[in-house]
Design a protein around this ligand. Structure first.
Ligand code: ADQ
Length: 504
């Protein structure tokens, strides 16, 4: 088959993402210890409890037949060769290959262009306003750094590439990578997948580098998104901005087709379902049940990010308490918000804004013995998280925009016995898949969210059961393993079809 080379060995898969699934932390000149990083892609491909990351990638079913390696930045500045060699060696054991970026590039490329420009823009938050006039220069230098970083990634990929390998590029950090790779080797099989939304072409066209990025992505053989809407937005951007032709299969440019399709991600649902049986998870559950006895538990789990709609969520909770005094001592909202991108000023502002609202709500509705809102600024370990999902009555996922949102899937996976209610933003990709079982809300409409909280808390058992079953079936069958396997096999097929077309 096309997955086997002549030697009959497995096809190699190079997964390229901005971050490796591990972060390197420096202990001394030549020594590093490695920590597993939190994030959507990491959770999808690796699961959470990682003894050795590559072991887990290889164990991904469907990808099992691939010999996989992960290429990315280790999240640490390593200026010296000795350190670089030491880190490369430590990572090699996990089949991870580091890309080294110096501090200035990281600042301009990662904090600047990726997190301050592309991330907000793709989530409909617009381009940065305050420095817009001054940005022609900054913008250009950040975009230059972005391209330079993508070139560095391409060099590393190229160095490790062997004929027949499949290269799977991930996310908005690496939109320039398909072009850089094809320039180095036009025979390389390249796929690119976006984990965020792709916005309406009217939003994308505000980006000064709009055409260059689109043209680069189109160099890939297969371009994937979480939903049909995102794929459609991308195709429209290519037709309206570049004047190319959109077809049912993708985008065509002078006879060359780039395939564009939707590949909704999922989670490793079995890991969550099985974890609930573990004694330590059961112990956490018992503890939580005792702690919140007599109260309904509501839960939010998010990275602390503008797109997650955390202030809007807790304002809706405040409104609910205001209007429903009989619930005040019978419900508690646990909001777990792990801080990320602490170097970007907008994220620092968001943290203080959230703290202020939390303080106000607890001041207004707390008693000497209990507060209605617990806000934790930290990440939870896998077992704590599973226990929390399992004891929750109502989960609140109110992202203003979200590519998919895996927290909603994880919650559903852990609710087989409780059959709690999911309140879900219609602007999360997950609304397309879990919409029938969840209560869908517009997160900007605080009145509507507050009313949904009341509806969810009072929902009769038979309705909860029906809604849960629908979502549970979906989460169980649409797994991360299946997602990865489908993408890679589609990429292989796309290339075979293209070869057949050129031969005709
Ligand atoms: P994220 O924006 O990071 O991912 P999400 O899909 O919800 O969002 O994944 C977050 C992951 O981190 C989950 O597995 C969650 O359990 C974990 N996590 C979050 N907060 C945590 C906490 N406090 N403690 C422990 N774990 C925590 C991006 C896109 C999403 C898309 C994914 C995958 O923004 O829309 O679904 O990639 O494509």
């Amino acid at each position: 088959t096309n997955r086997q080379d002549e030697r009959g060995s497995k096809q190699r898969l190079l997964v390229v993402a901005n971050r490796l699934p591990v972060s390197a932390v420096r202990d001394g000149v030549e020594s590093y210890h490695l920590e597993i990083s939190v994030g959507g892609l990491v959770s999808a491909l690796l699961g959470k409890k990682n003894e050795g990351c590559m072991k887990l990638v290889v164990s991904v079913e469907g990808v099992k037949e691939f010999d996989a390696r992960w290429i990315g930045w280790a999240g640490v500045n390593v200026p010296d060769d000795v350190g670089r060699r030491a880190l490369t060696k430590a990572l090699a054991e996990m089949r991870c290959i580091p890309v080294f970026l110096d501090e200035e590039i990281v600042n301009q490329y990662y904090n600047g262009y990726c997190n301050n420009i592309l991330w907000p823009l793709f989530h409909y938050l617009g381009l940065p306003q305050e420095d817009r006039l001054a940005t022609t220069r900054t913008f250009q230098s950040q975009f230059d750094a972005y391209k330079k970083a993508n070139q560095i990634f391409a060099d590393v990929v190229n160095m490790h590439y062997e004929e027949g390998d499949v290269v799977w590029c991930h996310d908005y950090h690496l939109m320039f990578l398909p072009k850089c790779l094809k320039e180095r080797n036009d025979k390389m099989k390249v796929g690119w997948f976006l984990h965020t939304p792709f916005p309406s072409s009217e939003i994308h066209r505000t980006l000064p580098s709009r055409s260059e990025l689109l043209r680069s992505v189109l160099e890939a053989d297969l371009v994937g998104f979480h939903t049909y809407d995102y794929a459609r937005h991308f195709v429209s951007a290519c037709t309206r901005i570049l004047g190319l032709e959109g077809t049912p299969d993708g985008v065509e440019d002078r006879g060359k087709l780039t395939r564009v399709a939707a590949f909704p991600i999922g989670i490793d649902s079995e890991r969550f379902i099985q974890a609930l049986e573990l004694p330590e998870v059961q112990a956490h559950m018992k503890e939580l049940k005792e702690r919140f006895a007599g109260r309904k538990v509501m839960l939010g789990v998010d990275r602390l990010d503008m797109i997650k709609g955390i202030p809007q969520k807790i304002l809706a909770f405040e409104k609910f308490l205001e209007e429903n005094s009989h619930w005040r001592d019978k419900v508690v909202l646990l909001q777990i918000a792990v801080p990320t991108r602490k170097d970007v000023p907008d994220y620092q502002r968001l943290a203080s804004q959230v703290h202020e609202i939390v303080g106000r709500i607890n001041g207004r509705f707390g008693t000497l013995t209990a507060v209605p809102l617990h806000h934790l600024d930290r990440s939870l370990d896998f077992h704590e998280l599973c226990a929390l999902y399992a004891v929750t009555d109502v989960a609140l996922v109110t992202s203003l925009r979200d590519g998919m949102n895996l927290v909603s899937y994880e919650f559903v996976a852990c609710q087989a016995s409780k059959k709690g209610v999911l309140i879900l933003s219609e602007f999360a990709g997950a609304a397309q898949s879990l919409g029938a079982g969840a209560i869908l809300v517009n997160p900007w409409n605080i009145t509507e969210v507050a009313a949904s909280i009341g509806y969810a808390l009072d929902m009769p058992a038979d309705e909860r059961e029906k809604r849960h079953q629908f979502n549970f079936r979906h989460v169980k069958t649409h797994t991360s393993q299946e997602w990865a396997a489908t993408f890679v096999s589609e990429l292989n097929d796309t290339i075979v079809e293209a070869q057949l077309r050129t031969r005709q």
